[in-house]
Design a protein around this ligand. Structure first.
Ligand SMILES: NC(=O)c1ccc[n+]([C@@H]2O[C@H](COP(=O)([O-])OP(=O)(O)OC[C@H]3O[C@@H](n4cnc5c(N)ncnc54)[C@H](O)[C@@H]3O)[C@@H](O)[C@H]2O)c1
Length: 250
């Protein structure tokens, strides 16, 4: 028996990066994983890998910025599996810019792909999560918690996600729904591309992480997500778990 055996989990952005790392960790602990992602090719490739552990995994191709399609994602999952246990709101796109140059388009990109999908998917999922006493895992960032320079749009959307996570934890604690956040640092494809493009800056960032490395997608972030998705974390809600090699401390 896995730690989340036969639980049904949606992971947005599960075709790559941390999302895929969590998806692999989830199927190895017995869950049925639904990957929701923009990237059709990467999504289909990921599903092939997941199916080696869990034949009932599924891919839904969608642009999460198209908010009128979000309710239907939950509908499709309920139709196929008859229930939903875990919602992981992981996908988020954004671009860095100096504060004074940040414009409406930058704010829209970050809120449209990060904040709004998290909010609308939570709204659509919660009635079903009440039935399973389910779990929600949202994604925060040290960029928001600490206010990293040049990350205005991203930091704002991430802190808005933290705010609604705490509100939902307070409203749905009585229903035994756990709503928590992971604030990660991990070696995703985006990070790898950036490391190649700006190796000196990358080394500088690594040197500031107390553990002196970026986290591994499946091995470092995956088990924490499994814990927050499992019954082992039943008395934890509204919390931000920093899985970042010791970078954020408060
Ligand atoms: N990697 C890090 O060090 C780090 C640090 C802090 C926070 N985070 C957060 O962790 C989460 C995962 O980060 P990552 O580095 O793995 O990201 P990533 O960019 O490597 O992967 C994101 C995934 O989301 C998908 N996606 C992007 N926009 C989408 C859209 N509009 N609709 C559907 N799918 C879309 C992409 O196709 C991709 O598969 C994000 O919320 C990110 O903000 C990451």
């Amino acid at each position: 028996m896995g730690k989340i055996q036969d639980k049904v989990a949606i992971i947005t952005g599960g075709a790559g990066g941390i999302g895929k790392g969590m998806a692999m960790a989830f199927v190895k602990e017995g869950a049925k994983v639904v990957i929701v992602d923009l990237n059709e090719e990467a999504g289909q490739d990921s599903i092939k890998e997941l199916k080696q552990y869990q034949p009932e995994s599924m891919f839904i191709q969608v642009n999460l910025a198209e908010h009128d399609k979000l309710k239907d994602i939950i509908g499709q999952v309920i139709e196929k599996y008859g229930k939903l246990d875990i919602l992981v709101n992981n996908a988020h796109a954004s671009r860095n810019k100096p504060f004074l140059e940040t414009d409406q388009k930058d704010l829209d990109l970050s809120f449209d792909t990060g904040f709004y999908p998290t909010f609308y998917l939570m709204q659509a999922a919660i009635p079903h999560l009440k039935e399973t006493k389910g779990n929600i895992i949202n994604f925060a960032s040290g960029a928001g918690i600490q206010g990293h320079a040049t990350q205005t749009a991203y930091a704002a959307a991430k802190e808005a996600i933290r705010a609604i996570t705490r509100v939902a934890a307070n409203e749905f604690g009585k229903d035994d729904i756990n709503v928590n956040l992971i604030a990660p640092i991990a070696n995703s494809q985006g990070v790898q591309e950036w490391a190649k493009a700006q190796p000196e800056y990358y080394q500088e960032v690594v040197s500031k992480i107390p553990m002196q490395r970026f986290g591994e997608l499946e091995e470092d972030i995956g088990p924490v997500a499994v814990f927050l998705a499992s019954d082992e974390s039943n008395y934890i809600t509204g919390q931000t778990i920093n899985v970042d090699g010791g970078s954020v401390k408060f």
